[in-house]
Design a protein around this ligand. Structure first.
Ligand SMILES: Nc1ncnc2c1ncn2[C@@H]1O[C@H](COP(=O)(O)OP(=O)(O)OP(=O)(O)O)[C@@H](O)[C@H]1O
Length: 449
């Protein structure tokens, strides 16, 4: 790939300060920069007392895979200025930028992404700090032009839909190759069944958005008996998109109609299968032949197909309306649809368990661990294929990459970054090394910049 045709995917490492209970001191660590491309590499050495490590694991060195290293004394506001603030203008140009956080429980992901401080700006995590800056830019635009009122559409999903009372989410690819994230089936008051859409909350001020995010996070924290369980088993995604009321209403209608189509499509498939399984039987010589005792009820099949076509047309009509509204706004305001996405990746615990340092896993946890590893490797492959500008990007290899496809494809030339959060504690050596190893894989997959 010619350099510079695609903006890079940056990989950062953020060391948090040592915490009081980490009494075994710090990991010995060193980093240096490549003289030409200024990429950094990291070397770590376990303390002589560290147990359960093979001799090969006692010291480890990355390649020049990292774009930068954030030291423990760098506060959230400094990290924001360094990593996120420079890309806010891209979001205001209607592009989609993605930020990933990856690290073990307790390594600082929440501190980094959301922050524990909701009242004082300098403690805001990257997500809140971006929301504040975006909200203030949108206020300026709204003051200049009263034709539209721009706000931020907030959507938070994990294995649970955080803003919609923790319904489990499902990821599916529709016949149109679009990925749909849906909640559980629900029965409406009129007896209709629909698949519950994932909620977008329209926020018209920063305070409004903070409230929305707090509600979402509260659901996350109560989703399982321990925060640790939840955060390590589910990727959590917070999306903030520049919207207007008309645009978000039109989008909601699309999502609503798509979710109404799901049970109708399923009913049509059921009718087809039932009719055909009655009308065709297996003969004595092992061939499928028409059942002489049953005439396929073509009318029933046609009626189901017609019903499905009606619901498909409703989706198309809603999509057309959404597109018209978007195009009309975009004629004068390129910011519409601009998006910043924060993804808290699950899985660091699973990798460290596989290194033999964690508690014993149940069969279900092992299954989840496998799925998460598949997701993480698929993400690395997507990053590699994008950085090589390959014609086929393997988005379909995992549910995570299927979900992220929309964000990556929204603007190929926009910035994305991954921040690895790591503890410097000597007793966290194995976890830290595993996190750095994954970052090294991602960073080296992305070396073709
Ligand atoms: N860079 C940092 N500077 C100061 N304190 C930090 C930093 N990173 C993390 N901490 C503190 O360390 C503790 C653990 O961090 P945090 O809760 O963000 O970890 P986590 O990776 O989100 O854990 P979990 O996955 O279990 O939720 C918190 O008290 C947090 O305030």
């Amino acid at each position: 790939m010619a350099q510079g045709t695609m903006k890079s995917f940056k990989v950062w490492t953020r060391w948090r300060p040592l915490r009081p209970f980490e009494s075994q001191g710090e990991i010995t660590r060193k980093s240096d920069q490549h003289p030409d491309n200024h990429q950094s590499r990291i070397a770590v050495v376990a303390s002589s007392q560290a147990q359960g490590l093979s001799s090969r694991e006692r010291s480890w060195k990355s390649g020049f895979s990292f774009d930068g290293i954030i030291e423990p004394n760098e506060r959230n506001d400094m990290v924001y200025d360094r990593i996120v603030a420079p890309i806010i203008p891209e979001v205001l140009q209607g592009k989609c930028c993605n930020f990933f956080a990856y690290g073990n429980s307790g390594s600082g992901k929440t501190h980094n992404m959301i922050g524990y401080e909701f009242e004082h700006d300098d403690g805001f995590g990257l997500c809140l700090a971006s929301a504040r800056q975006l909200a203030s830019k949108l206020d300026e635009i709204n003051t200049r032009d009263s034709n539209y009122r721009f706000g931020i559409g907030l959507r938070a999903t994990a294995a649970f839909d955080l803003l919609n009372n923790r319904n489990e989410c499902f990821v599916r690819e529709g016949p149109d190759r679009k990925v749909h994230i849906r909640g559980q089936m629900e029965m409406l008051a009129n007896g209709q069944v629909r698949v519950r859409p994932i909620a977008t909350r329209a926020c018209w001020s920063f305070e409004d958005l903070k409230r929305g995010l707090k509600v979402g996070l509260k659901h996350r924290n109560t989703a399982t008996s321990t925060v640790h369980d939840q955060s390590s088993r589910a990727h959590a995604i917070v999306e903030m998109e520049i919207i207007t009321k008309d645009f978000i209403d039109a989008r909601d209608t699309v999502v609503k109609r798509q979710s109404e189509l799901v049970p109708v499509g399923k009913h049509t498939a059921d009718v087809y299968i039932v009719e055909n399984s009655r009308a065709i039987i297996l003969s004595d010589d092992g061939k499928y032949i028409p059942n002489p005792d049953y005439q396929l009820n073509q009318e029933r099949v046609d009626a189901a197909e017609a019903q499905k076509a009606k619901f498909e047309a409703r989706v198309k009509e809603a999509e057309g309306h959404e597109f018209e509204i978007f195009t009309e706004i975009a004629r004068t305001h390129e910011c519409i649809g601009g998006k910043i996405v924060f993804v808290d990746l699950a899985g660091a615990e699973f990798l460290s368990h596989s290194a033999g340092t964690g508690p014993k896993q149940s069969a279900q946890e092992k299954q989840q661990g496998k799925q998460i590893n598949t997701d993480l490797l698929a993400l690395k492959e997507v990053i590699r294929a994008r950085s090589l500008a390959q014609p086929r990007i393997p988005y379909r290899s995992s549910p995570l990459t299927m979900v992220l496809r929309e964000h990556f494809e929204a603007s190929n030339d926009a910035h994305s970054s991954m921040i690895l959060t790591v503890s410097p504690g000597a007793d966290q050596y194995a976890a830290t090394m595993n996190t750095l190893k994954y970052g090294d894989l991602v960073g080296s997959a992305n070396m073709h910049r």
